[in-house]
Design a protein around this ligand. Structure first.
Ligand code: ZN
Length: 195
């Protein structure tokens, strides 16, 4: 599989509601492997499939961001948060908003059910950073972004950077480096319908 490109805001894939994975086949396994590679290459803690314009409920994560710590690595398919406890504010970034960080309030711990790459149902109890990464990535599968969840001051602080991402993106579209949104949306619909 060729190297995956992580899309940046406001790419339409980031607002597209991901479809459940119906069959865990070789293409899903290859996709997950390529996503892990892209995540480590960009020193991310997590990466959700919509961030590589793959409109399915698949995410990879490793709160250590260290490929030497494969034991901390997780691939989650069709994840659902079934329980959340506590509330804590913490700084977040996102590979689709390089260089932007802001405080987001999240549950301190979550219980998530998901499927692994072998099709086994797994239950994950995550706390602190692990819980934050899971919540951030699961939001991506719903087309929700951390800029939506920032508190008032963080949002305000991020405003100029967000507008700059939008400007840069539209300019790249004008130059023909990125296809028009309607074309991207068509591709997403046909990908999502293909499985
Ligand atoms: Zn993100």
């Amino acid at each position: 599989m060729e190297k995956l490109k992580i899309v940046e805001y406001p790419h339409p894939a980031l607002r597209y509601k991901a479809r459940p994975v119906l069959t865990i086949d070789k293409s899903v396994r290859l996709q997950a492997g390529a996503m892990l590679e892209a995540m480590y290459a960009n020193r991310g803690l997590g990466l959700a499939a919509p961030q590589v314009a793959y409109p399915f409920q698949l995410l990879v994560m490793n709160p250590t961001a260290d490929p030497e710590h494969r034991d901390q690595e997780r691939v989650c398919i069709n994840p659902v948060i079934v329980d959340r406890k506590g509330s804590v504010e913490g700084e977040e970034g996102c590979l689709s908003f390089p260089g932007l960080y802001g405080k987001v309030r999240r549950a301190r711990s979550v219980k998530v059910t998901a499927y692994d790459l072998n099709g086994r149902e797994v239950e994950i109890d995550a706390v602190d950073l692990g819980a934050r990464v899971l919540q951030h990535e699961i939001d991506h599968l719903k087309g929700e972004l951390f800029i939506d969840k920032m508190g008032f001051w963080a949002k305000r602080g991020a405003r100029d950077a967000v507008e700059e991402f939008e400007r840069k993106y539209r300019k790249a579209q004008e130059r023909g480096e990125i296809p028009p949104d309607v074309e991207i949306e068509k591709t997403l619909v046909s990908l999502a319908g293909a499985s």
